[in-house]
Structures are given as C-alpha cells and as structure tokens.
Ligand binder design. Structure first.
Ligand SMILES: [Zn+2]
Length: 382
C-alpha cells in the first residue's frame, strides 16, 4: 500500500501543473533541415513565441509597444499580430486564429497550429511544418535569372534611403484641431498617412514605419523615438492647421527652427499643446533647446529643406488651395529627429470651405499622392 506521503506528492504535482500551465518548453527550429535554434512555447506547446521565430528567420519586423502590435514578413507578405486578438492580418486580409494572441515577458505567443496552417496556405516559396518537438521551415532558394552588374554608387544611395517614417498627428484622447462640421484633425491626418503608406509601399522600394496606424494616443517624444529606433531616412509628420480667423486657408510645410514671426510660433504652440495631455506642461522648447536641435540637425537640414520645398510644389500642382510656403518653428515632435524631417499642415480645418475639401476622400488622396511624389523626387535628388 502506498504511503500517504506518495499521495501527497502526486497531488502536489497535479496541483502545480495546473497552477503553472504557462511553464515554458522549447521547440527545436530547423531551416532547410539544419537546426538553427529553439523557440519558446507556453501552455503545453499550444502557443509559441513569435519573437523567437522572427529572430531565427531573420525577418524584418516592427513592434509598437503602445498598441501591442508586431509586424513582420514571410516571403514578402506583411503579417500583423495584435496582443489579445484572435486574428492575424496578412497583407490586407484578415484570418482567424484558434485562440487569442498572448503577451508574456515582452514576447508575443500565437497558437502554433492555426498560425502555420494560415501561413502555409498563403506562402508559395516556403513551407512550415509543426511536429511534436520541432518546427521545420523549408525555403526554395531563388536562383537569380541573370547576372546584373551592380552600380555601387546607386546601391549606396539605396541603402541610405530605405525607411520612411510617417507620423499621423494627434490621436486617441487628443483630437487635434476640430472643424466647424466636427471634423477632427487626428482622423484627417491618419487617413492621409495611410494613403501615403500604401502609395509608398506599392511604388517604391522602401520600408514604411507608421508611428500610429489607428486612433491611439501617442506622446510626441514616442513619435520621434519610433523614428530614431527604426533608423528612419525621412520623417514626415502630418497635420491640419487651425486659426481663430476662419478665413485663414492653405497648406504649408514646417522645418524645425526659430519662428520668424508670431504666426509660426502660434502654429508650433498649438501643435506642442498636446504636452499638457501628456501631463508634462511647460515642456515646450526653450530658445536653448531650439539652438541645440538646430545644431544637432545641421548635418541634414539641407535635406529637410529640399523635401519641404518638394512637398509644397507637389501639393500646389494638385489642389486648389493657397501655397503658404515653407516655414520654421519650434516643433517638439521634430526637435530630436535624427534624420531629415518636416511637419506638413495640409490645410485649415477651421476654414469651413477647406474643412469641406479635407472631408473629401478624393482631396485627401490628392494630398497623399502629392507627398508620395515629393518623396519620389526627393530620393532622386539625393
Ligand atoms: Zn496637429
């Protein structure tokens, strides 16, 4: 007869395995039959760590800690996953996972079986299989059709210009300026930003990083941080303007610098006002901050100026609105950018007729096309 302590011990094992169902185990990961590492799993291997998977497959990726999203690529397909959501977005299509994505210790865990099923049905050049203790990835190695002579000068340019960061102004609890018809700056900015993203991805060989791609609040410093951490080659902050005088109209592009007049200072003050919502009022730029920012950016200020000019030229070509030119002011969101940067004011949401135009999807598309063309011309001019 078994002793009481054996029962107690068994009871303890059963209890502890129920108490800690998230205990980590590992899956071996093979690529083309070569073991290249291990992937952490939780919940008895039901869920596996995407972060490990991305690291082992060397996929380019982007995480947004605020919105708890992770984006990465398999065979040039963009895959987007969000914490606590049981869907996966592949390019622009939505697929159902068997359970919610779980975040643990900054790792995204996804249900293994349904994830691989979805990926295998979409992928043409690689296949992923899941067995008891391992994941195998087999990739078809593409053989170049012909040998292309590489122009080193052009290659260098390509490397220098590879990541564009689009920053849709405001968001979440910060609506930005609100028009007569209730149009919110945050919505116009996000819509134009998304249109621009699509055009850039479709037509140019660049990576696009969005500081936000939905209606969420982001601090000004986080926007710049995202741009810097992603080694952006160009930072475009998108806004709409507002003024007490409802007749004020037109589009303008701002660079970081000392305001040349009261008007420019007012625009910067309005755009910096979000610092109050961030709970850090009085953090607007001092004269000294501005001098420091100008010195820090002196190495690429000429590029910011070139791009700002192109934005104005391209918008002017496409829309019936007043060209207010390129200006300077002390925008917090631009101050610490370590790459060429501009802030575009698409129009005055406070002007009823301009607000009406900004509400039109066609008009917003023209604005996005204009900025996209400016990026294209800018790249050529580098
Ligand atoms: Zn704004």
């Amino acid at each position: 007869m078994k002793s009481f302590s054996t029962y107690l011990c068994l009871f303890y094992i059963i209890l502890s395995s129920q108490l800690f169902p998230n205990t980590k185990t590992k899956l071996k990961f093979f690529e083309n039959k070569v073991l290249i590492g291990e992937i952490n799993t939780i919940q008895n291997k039901q869920l596996f760590s995407l972060n490990d998977f991305i690291k082992l497959t060397n996929s380019k990726n982007f995480t947004n800690d605020k919105t708890e999203k992770i984006e990465f690529y398999i065979d040039n397909k963009k895959i987007k996953i969000t914490n606590q959501i049981a869907f996966i977005v592949v390019d622009d299509s939505l697929y159902q996972l068997s359970s919610k994505v779980v975040m643990q210790d900054n790792n995204y865990y996804v249900p293994a079986e349904s994830f691989f099923n979805i990926i295998n049905n979409l992928s043409t050049s690689s296949s992923l299989t899941l067995k008891t203790n391992q994941i195998s990835l087999s990739r078809l190695i593409e053989i170049p059709k012909k040998i292309v002579k590489v122009d080193l000068k052009n290659e260098k340019k390509k490397w220098e210009f590879k990541t564009i960061v689009i920053d849709a102004g405001h968001g979440g609890k910060d609506p930005g300026a609100v028009g007569y018809r209730g149009t919110k700056e945050k919505d116009i900015a996000l819509d134009v930003a998304k249109r621009l993203e699509k055009k850039l991805i479709k037509n140019m060989d660049v990576k696009v990083v969005m500081t936000r791609d939905e209606d969420v609040f982001l601090r000004l410093s986080d926007r710049t941080k995202i741009a810097n951490e992603n080694n952006g080659s160009l930072f475009i902050s998108i806004h709409t303007n507002a003024a007490e005088d409802r007749r004020a109209s037109g589009f303008e592009t701002f660079l970081i610098g000392r305001s040349k007049n009261e008007y420019a200072a007012r625009v910067a003050a309005r755009e910096n006002a979000v610092l109050e919502l961030e709970g850090i009022p009085g953090q607007a730029l001092t004269g000294e901050d501005l001098i420091q920012a100008t010195i820090a950016q002196s190495g690429f200020a000429i590029y910011s100026e070139t791009f700002a000019d192109l934005v104005q030229i391209e918008i002017k070509k496409r829309v019936q609105s007043r060209d207010r030119g390129v200006k300077q002011a002390g925008f917090v969101v631009l101050a610490r950018a370590s790459m060429p940067n501009v802030l575009v004011e698409l129009g005055f949401i406070s002007n009823p007729s301009e607000e009406k135009k900004l509400r039109s999807p066609q008009y917003r598309d023209q604005l996005a096309t204009a900025i996209y063309r400016a990026v294209q011309r800018y790249e050529k001019a580098l």
